[in-house]
Design a binder for this molecule. Structure first.
Ligand code: AMP
Ligand code: ZN
Length: 467
């Protein structure tokens, strides 16, 4: 048995260690030339008992740190009647209180940070449920943990220094661009920081630079295929072999289509800005996303009762990040519905996997990879004095791209038949929405009393997308 161990730079990447690791016992060697590049074999193939011990140690250390150095966590734990001394086993994690997006909003912008400002080296942000985004801070070691996690993931599909990774996720406050960038550099791949848009040039780069993997949303990958066809380019005939796809829900059907039509293996990737950014992916067996146990404690709960459910049972994902310094995340209710698979993967990695995400417990929409909350739309609309109480969000998929339309009822005194005035108002609302949501929406202004009324909970969203 041999492992190739991913060294930390392209220059030094070589078969530099043949490890007689205990994990090798049941480890089938697959992939190119019978050799599999593994980024961190000691951790990735660690036996369960050792992982249990490591995870418990990390959990205890984190709880101790938060209880003693963060007033927020101390108050929360006191209210839940729990102290660090109550954490004896991994099951004791359930004694800790949940965190939700609401907490992140209430403590905006930095009151959940647990390091002094001078230790913070980066900020990112993601959409909040109302006007304010969620700000995420990172220490140097948080950035290291993030790229280590995704580096393991990228290696697990066989990527390494021979690869050219084009990052077609947005660079900026969104974590998708820089997340893949750092991880791909870490495994020694050459990175093309293309960011989003300019699709013809993206296709040109794939051809000219011999791009082998592309990080993107699945819908953008489909769109890229369509543009390539119009340009007379067959993606199948290019060097592009892997799509590192995520940031939005997608289906097995869509994966089959990407794989058959474009000849690109669609790898499901997962993460969220609150956690750091994109952190995990499937391995080359494509049977669920490996969640590294030394980085994150994964639970699946019944969203109604808050009780944990068993492996294979569907529920809401709850995550505790075990190594984060600047912005800890403890029992964070992600809102995403999935299952946990604990059986060992065919790749030999011992860490649990989550299956494809099948929905959300809340009303969060994902439009072109960007989270959009109806409450955020409402908040933004009501900053315009002409807008009445009713609005409706219609979401469609045109070709492969999401389109959002917001129908807005005006107040009787604001409604006019002066088209120029209405157009100016529509433009104003539309550009406010765009800058608040980070994604464009068509706006239609409608007369007072024309949108549907509801006796119970208002149904503000009509999502007509099929994925
Ligand atoms: P953000 O904080 O903007 O990165 O958004 C994170 C959210 O995007 C997650 O909580 C999920 O709802 C969604 N998401 C990310 N990756 C995937 C994926 N592979 N499949 C389905 N939803 C995803
Ligand atoms: Zn695997």
């Amino acid at each position: 048995m041999v492992f190739i161990v991913g060294a930390r730079s392209k220059k030094h990447y070589m078969l530099h260690a043949i490890i007689p690791h205990s994990a090798a016992r049941n480890f089938p060697l697959l992939t190119v030339a019978g050799l599999l590049a593994v980024w961190n074999p000691k951790v990735e193939f660690m036996p369960q008992q050792e992982l249990d011990e490591l995870q418990l140690k990390l959990l205890k250390t984190m709880v101790y740190r938060l209880y003693n150095f963060s007033s927020f966590y101390k108050e929360r734990m006191n209210a839940a009647n729990v102290t660090p001394d109550d954490i004896h086993t991994l099951a004791d994690v359930t004694k800790l209180p949940f965190m939700t997006k609401k907490d992140l909003r209430e403590y905006y912008p930095d009151r959940l940070f647990t390091v002094p400002r001078r230790e913070i080296v980066r900020y990112h942000a993601s959409s909040g449920t109302t006007g304010k985004p969620t700000i995420v801070a990172y220490t140097r070691s948080d950035i290291e943990m993030w790229s280590e996690s995704l580096a393991r993931a990228l290696s697990s599909i066989g990527l390494g220094p021979d690869d050219v990774v084009q990052v077609a996720n947005t660079y900026g406050l969104f974590t998708g661009g820089l997340g893949f960038h750092y991880a791909a550099e870490k495994i020694g791949a050459a990175v093309v920081p293309a960011s989003t848009g300019n699709t013809e040039r993206q296709i040109q780069m794939i051809q000219d630079l011999g791009v082998t993997a592309m990080a993107a949303t699945p819908s953008y990958m489909m769109y890229l295929g369509e543009v390539a066809e119009k340009m007379g380019v067959s993606i199948k005939d290019t060097t592009l072999k892997y799509g590192l796809l995520g940031a939005e829900p997608w289906s097995d059907k869509m994966r089959d289509r990407i794989q058959e039509w474009l000849g690109v293996t669609g790898i499901n990737c997962f993460g969220a800005s609150e956690l750091a950014g994109p952190l995990w992916s499937e391995c080359d067996h494509q049977c669920g996303i490996h969640i590294w146990r030394d980085i994150c404690l994964l639970e699946i709960i019944d969203p109604e009762t808050g009780e944990q459910v068993g492996p294979g049972e569907r529920g809401e994902m709850v995550l505790t990040m075990l190594q984060k310094e600047a912005f800890p995340i403890v029992r964070y209710r992600m809102g995403d519905i999935t299952t946990m698979e604990t059986e060992k993967c065919a790749c030999g990695r011992t860490h649990p996997r989550i299956s494809r995400i099948t929905g959300r417990v809340d009303d969060m929409l994902i439009i072109r990879g960007i989270n959009v909350f109806p409450s955020q739309v409402e908040y933004c609309l009501h900053t315009n004095p002409e807008v009445g109480n009713e609005f409706q969000i219609l979401v469609d998929r045109k070709g492969y791209m999401d389109e959002m339309m917001v129908k807005v009822e005006l107040k009787p005194e604001a409604f006019t038949d002066n088209i120029l005035e209405l157009n100016a108002l529509r433009e104003r609302i539309s550009s406010r929405l765009k800058s608040s949501l980070n994604v464009g929406a068509k706006v239609e202004l409608v007369a007072p009393g024309t949108l549907p009324r509801f006796e119970g909970k208002a149904k503000r969203v009509v999502d007509r997308r099929e994925i």
